[in-house]
Design a binder for this molecule. Structure first.
Ligand code: SAH
Length: 243
């Protein structure tokens, strides 16, 4: 078979949230090259014989992107069935686009298998609908990460959308983000929910108004939801009706 890499989304954590195709490919992989965010429960679906390579980037350490690209090319050229497994969806942050381009340039076929992004999976797990008739007609997914001290996001413009703002990689910078949004005109009373390790056994949800985001303890990784919908929890409504 010609060289091929499967660029697969692992979903937010719970293996039940993998696509059928992702689970099938994982079960037939020779080698799985995965990120730090991919849960052990998902990796357990690879055959015991499969080689698992953790190239996860964590603060202060991790495998540089250039090396990951070279590794993927070499593994594919060696004729192995390579699953490149990324948390959530492979093309929502996480540099999946760059990896796909590098592989294509090396003449290696890439099949992309979309996954449930934490951008929607984490709010859903907390009972938060990202859109809601009459409350939020849009949701914008942005990175909270800064590159060389600069944010690539126009927070002032975002403050004006009237929709839901979903921030990934924003825990460390949450104080700066909150200040920029308030500066841009968003009310400091706007509800916020932070969903940590969504859909895993360690999931936790913290809620606060935007004015308290900077001082509210939140652990990474988390998805931060900002907007009126962040006050909702459809699960708690169901629990109240049952009680
Ligand atoms: N491709 C991934 C995002 C990679 S960026 C996706 O589509 O979900 C990494 C960021 O994703 C983290 O900083 C965090 O904000 C978010 N994230 C990923 N999985 C998460 C989870 N299970 N719970 C909370 N946040 C998560």
């Amino acid at each position: 078979m010609s060289a091929r890499v499967f660029l697969v989304g692992a979903g937010p954590g719970d293996p039940e949230l993998l696509t059928v195709r992702a689970a099938r490919l994982l079960a037939s992989a020779d080698v799985v090259v995965h990120d730090a965010l991919v849960s052990d429960a998902v990796l357990a679906l690879a055959p015991p014989t499969a080689e698992l390579i953790d190239v996860g980037k964590r603060p202060g350490r991790g495998v540089p992107q250039d090396l990951i690209n070279v590794l993927l090319v070499q593994l594919a050229q060696a004729g192995r069935t390579v699953v490149r497994l990324k948390g959530g969806d492979p093309f929502v942050f996480g540099r999946g686009g760059e990896e796909a381009q590098t592989l294509a340039e090396a003449g290696i076929a890439v099949e992309v298998v979309p996954g449930i992004s934490s951008a929607v999976g984490a709010p859903a797990a907390a009972g938060i609908p990202v859109t809601y008739r009459g409350m939020s007609a849009s949701f914008t997914v942005v990175t909270g990460h800064r590159q060389h001290g600069e944010t690539p996001v126009n927070w002032a413009a975002l403050a004006q959308t009237g929709g839901t703002i979903v921030v990934l990689m924003g825990v460390a910078e949450r104080g700066i983000i909150a200040a920029a949004l308030v500066e841009g005109g968003l009310s400091a009373d706007t509800p916020v929910a932070a969903v940590h390790r969504a859909t895993t056994g360690e999931q936790s949800v913290v809620r606060c108004p935007l004015r308290e985001l900077a001082t509210t303890p939140i652990e990474s990784p988390a998805v931060i939801v900002i907007g009126a919908v962040a006050s909702l929890d459809v699960h708690s409504i169901a629990a109240a009706i049952e009680a």
